[in-house]
Design a protein around this ligand. Sequence first.
Ligand SMILES: Nc1ncnc2c1ncn2[C@@H]1O[C@H](COP(=O)(O)OP(=O)(O)OP(=O)(O)O)[C@@H](O)[C@H]1O
Length: 274
Amino acid sequence: MTLSVTDLSITTEQGSSLLSGCSWEVETGGRLGIIGESGSGKSLTSLAILGLLPDGLTASGSVMLDGRELLSLSEREKRRFRGSRIAMIFQEPLTSLDPLMKVGEQIAGPIRLHHKVSRQASRARAGELLRQVALNDRVANSYPWQLSGGQRQRVAIAMALGCEPDVLIADEPTTALDVTVQADILSLLSELITETGSTLVFITHDLPVIAQVSEDLVVMKDGRVVERTTVHRALTNPGDPYTARLIEAARHVSFAKPDGVQATEPAEEKTHER
Ligand SMILES: Nc1ncnc2c1ncn2[C@@H]1O[C@H](COP(=O)(O)OP(=O)(O)OP(=O)(O)O)[C@@H](O)[C@H]1O
């Protein structure tokens, strides 16, 4: 299920350009990191792919998934696509979790909707998913506010993967978590993506975080794609001064290995090892 973004632009009603001519592609089962500083257009890119742009913003260009143009889907088709074909994990899971619903039901509901299975089967699957994200299935009876930030993000991952999406978009999914929890969540996400064969688009402003989940990289600045590269090339031979600046900023930050062990060596040396 190749996801191709071609010449994607987003404009406001007043005609200001927020995203301009962005193009990239990620193949079935592939992983792509999108990196850029605040305001570079990362979130608008994912919202455009999901058909969730705020009122007043218009997308042009093309977003193709498996030969289907997503930008021209009807609202009904978009809703069907979301959850079943493309799922999203946000920075703060509380924004996507219903505070008044027990988490088991929040995971089971979309499974029933998209897979047309019985209540009992969807609940059993929710229990399985909770175990897969290393949560006790008793968590099914908790409300989101009774869980820690890391547990909530695990629930959000279970919810997103419950519908077996072709593409998972993770927008800064670990930014709100402390570093050790962050490493656990990233290795869990990485493991589950390998198991399910879903395509991953991972958005962050943090290069060491991308290095844990993806080798391919799109660098964004001011609503444009600055370069399409790999983590290794960005570190050793950045093709654009902006990428070089991002690397410089990350250079003194320790890189965490995918197994969650924090490396203390300089970023560059650690990346050669990968
Ligand atoms: N509804 C909107 N109306 C007008 N401008 C908007 C709207 N939403 C976002 N923008 C602007 O579009 C630009 C890109 O925003 P976007 O949220 O995609 O950035 P980002 O790279 O995800 O940043 P961050 O890392 O802070 O989330 C920003 O300048 C932002 O202010």
